[in-house]
Write a protein that binds this ligand. Structure first.
Ligand code: AMP
Length: 250
């Protein structure tokens, strides 16, 4: 069984991003970058499926500038077999990325596509569903457990108020939730070895695609700052404040 994992290079989750002075975007010029945390979970799951003999080959793919190789090399160090960079400096939206990933999927013909539930930079949570639709394969998003048996995948997914269990025929696309696993710590020697592994580089044109974003970011703004909270001493005081100050109770 072959797995294709999509990995995006995003700002490190521990970095506190600032908005550019003109409000056009966030300023990540000098920020530390990492593999999107949900994609790290996707890579970990793929590697575990290979370690347990369910998967035979894992291919990681990233769309972005040359620096996205860092995330691909991290994936290689975690245990991925091959890495593909779709090299572009264009600003892309989810549909454009999904189209590029579809082109790679059509070449690679994976049995399972693993993506993150969302990328922590744009929080779009769209690429997985769009890619599944473009490929006409079933999808299960926000997976917290997966099991593969007899060319079928059973996915427990996190939904509002509980969990849902789905069974899909392979090929299928699954996006990862935080509870799926805890990614392994990558040791330095593995990272050094991964630096020497080849990363296949393709351009959108080589995939026969000219992609452009249809969604344009107009403005980025800080959320309004919240007032400090109040610690109430009794339930009666809480009800009184909700009724007379917040005016949310009759
Ligand atoms: P999004 O729809 O942007 O929230 O991203 C959801 C998931 O799609 C991510 O967790 C990745 O697995 C995948 N993805 C999004 N953008 C890229 C990209 N530029 N390169 C590779 N994978 C991506």
């Amino acid at each position: 069984m072959k797995i294709l994992v999509a990995v995006k290079r995003t700002v490190d989750p521990n970095v506190k991003v600032r908005i550019k002075a003109d409000g056009s975007d966030v300023d990540i010029g000098a920020a530390k970058m990492s593999m999107n945390p949900f994609d790290e979970i996707a890579v970990e799951e793929a590697v575990r499926l290979k370690e347990t003999g369910v998967a035979t080959e894992i291919v990681a793919v990233s769309v972005g500038p040359a620096a996205s190789q860092d995330s691909l090399r991290h994936a290689l160090a975690m245990g991925v077999d091959r890495a593909i960079l779709i090299d572009t400096t264009q600003v892309l939206d989810s549909l454009a990325v999904a189209k590029l990933l579809r082109a790679v999927a059509e070449r690679e013909k994976p049995d399972l596509l693993l993506l993150g539930k969302q990328a922590i930079d744009d929080d779009a949570a769209q690429t997985g569903p769009m890619l599944a639709a473009l490929l006409h394969v079933g999808q299960a998003v926000a997976a917290s457990k997966i099991q593969i048996q007899d060319k079928q995948i059973t996915v427990i997914r996190e939904v509002d108020g509980g969990q849902e269990t789905l069974t899909l025929p392979l090929p299928a696309l699954v996006t990862t939730d935080l509870r799926l696993n805890e990614p392994r710590y990558v040791k330095l020697p593995n990272l050094m070895l991964a630096r020497k592994k080849p990363v296949e580089t393709l351009t959108p044109a080589e995939l026969g695609l000219e992609v452009a974003a249809r969604v344009i970011k107009l403005k980025v703004a800080e959320p309004p700052s919240r007032k400090a909270g109040v610690v109430v001493k009794t339930v009666d005081e809480l009800i009184d404040r909700l009724r007379n100050e917040a005016k949310v109770l009759p």
